[in-house]
Design a protein around this ligand. Structure first.
Ligand code: GUN
Length: 295
């Protein structure tokens, strides 16, 4: 069993990006600039955004954080958020931006995503980017699947001709990853099955996987009997579970029961330190592309 080290791979890619940014600077080109909108104070979102800002520093990017408060007594107006998006769309200094999800329930998330200029949508969530990606056109790729494809590529694990099973059909992981894996091309060319909560006999399907991607957000759900000997297992789950031994009182747990599944695998990603750092680095790759397109 070999551990797929997403943290180390992400550090390598950040160093490569930083070199490109230094070369841009030497050529008199502008520093890439990523902006993030954060609503409220959700612990997970706060830490994701803090990690994205730190990654910007490591890559030599400029970053801006735009915060909005939203409470039950004073909920953020959707109009205020749409106005902030319009300002970022129009700002020539900003190459790309993200609106950290989830948003408070009273805000229409899809309307917010569709207000983002697709040319600045470095999360790759706008239907224009989703549609272009699904038919293999140049676009901003959704960060988590893009990170998974790059991790496999750098570990020499080709999906070509393999049975790839994805558990979870979210718009930001399962669906775009299925599209990438089935794409024609030497980095993809997989036979893809997507499972979800209505899939009967889930274990019968997951046991057929040469590459099993677990992205349903159910900590420890994937047990050893659901995994074929020698499979590659990619764990996208990152759920905070109570842990009294930690000062914070919680730790991150993946969807895979790592201790029992890992001995059966040829390759497996840990949580934390697997897919998570690759998601952030994919956002950096997209932001660099956005800056290059605006040169
Ligand atoms: N919330 C969880 N993952 C993501 C992500 O990749 N982008 C944004 N904007 N919000 C998220």
């Amino acid at each position: 069993m070999q551990l797929i080290d997403g943290k180390n791979t992400a550090a390598e890619i950040k160093a490569e990006i930083a070199e490109k940014v230094a070369a841009r600077k030497a050529a008199g080109k502008k520093q890439p600039h990523l902006a993030a909108i954060l609503v409220g104070h959700d612990g997970g979102s706060e830490s994701y955004v803090a990690n994205k800002i730190k990654a910007c520093e490591e890559c030599g990017f400029r970053s801006s954080l735009i915060r909005f408060e939203s409470t039950e007594e004073a909920p953020l107006q959707e109009k205020t958020l749409l106005e902030a998006i319009a300002r970022l769309n129009a700002d020539p200094d900003v190459d790309g931006f993200i609106v950290q999800l989830p948003l408070p329930r009273h805000i229409d998330e899809q309307r917010i995503i569709e207000a983002i200029d697709p040319a600045k949508d470095v999360d790759g969530f706008h239907p224009t980017n989703v549609g272009r990606q699904s038919i293999g056109l140049p676009c901003f790729h959704s960060a988590t699947p893009y990170g998974i494809m790059e991790l496999l590529r750098r570990y020499g694990i080709s999906p070509r001709g393999k049975q790839v099973v994805i558990v979870g059909r979210s718009n930001i992981v399962g669906k775009p990853l299925a599209a990438m894996m089935m794409q024609k091309g030497s980095d993809a060319d997989a036979t893809v099955t997507v499972c979800h909560s209505a899939t009967p006999n889930l274990a019968d399907v997951t046991r057929r996987a040469d590459i099993l991607v677990c992205a349903m957000g159910r900590p420890g759900f994937i047990s050893a009997d659901m995994v074929k000997d020698g499979a590659t297992v990619i764990d996208v789950g990152t759920t905070r579970v109570p842990d009294a031994t930690r000062k914070s009182g919680w730790r991150l747990r993946g969807d895979v029961d790592f201790d029992t599944v890992a001995p059966k695998c040829s390759f497996i990603t840990p949580v934390p330190g697997g897919v998570g750092p690759m998601t952030i680095v994919s956002l950096m790759r997209n932001t660099l592309i956005a800056a290059e397109q605006r040169d």
